[in-house]
Write a protein of this length. Sequence first.
Length: 241
Amino acid sequence: MRLRSTLFQFFLPPQCPCCERFSEEGKQGFCSNCLSQIRWIEPPFCSICGIPFISREVETHPCGACVPHRKYFTIARALGAFEGSLQEAIHRWKYQGKTYLTPFFASWMAEGLNRYWEPGSLDLLIPVPLHTRRLRERGFNQALLLAKDLSRRTGIPYRKTILQKKKSTVPQVNLSGAKREKGLRGAFHVVEKEELSGLSVLLIDDVYTTGATVNECSKVLLKGGAERVDVLTLAHALRKS
Ligand SMILES: [Zn+2]
Ligand SMILES: [Zn+2]
């Protein structure tokens, strides 16, 4: 099947990796229709979690969710809103195994990394780990795919073994805030603490949904000796309110 599609691609114009339509312009990458449906995150957004503000008239400041609950990470940034063609592409990548989307996502994230962090300010990329059971089901950890590709593009090393998930958790979207935090407690742990000491870490994940997962990971990494933890995700889910 794969050979057949490779042969087809040899004779046919390039396909959009998102909607799989053949490119009329003959160019590689996302087609103009899919690209136009991506809402890239630009200021103003929350200075802590990075969620974009609906009103364009406000300054960048902490949002209503970040003010009452202190976050363990310093800043979280994302490239696009989790909606439209970006949401669709992430779904196909994650649940239909279309891993050829990884370099597209990672190239956008590399741009974000250069935009939001000073050169030389990050020591290590750490992907949010999956529990081994989930990893067996899916066959890959999407955060690790991103961290690996991002490391190649930026020269910042990545480590996949320092942070591990030892407890399987239910998907957070179905839980309320307090239950979510409780359910995640003790889910992650740091091994090889000596490798983390004094480092500035960038946690990598695909989607920032409620922030509970990256916050719990940040807590554990700081406790494990990291000096500072920031977060970079491909997309940020918008609040339903
Ligand atoms: Zn397309
Ligand atoms: Zn916020």
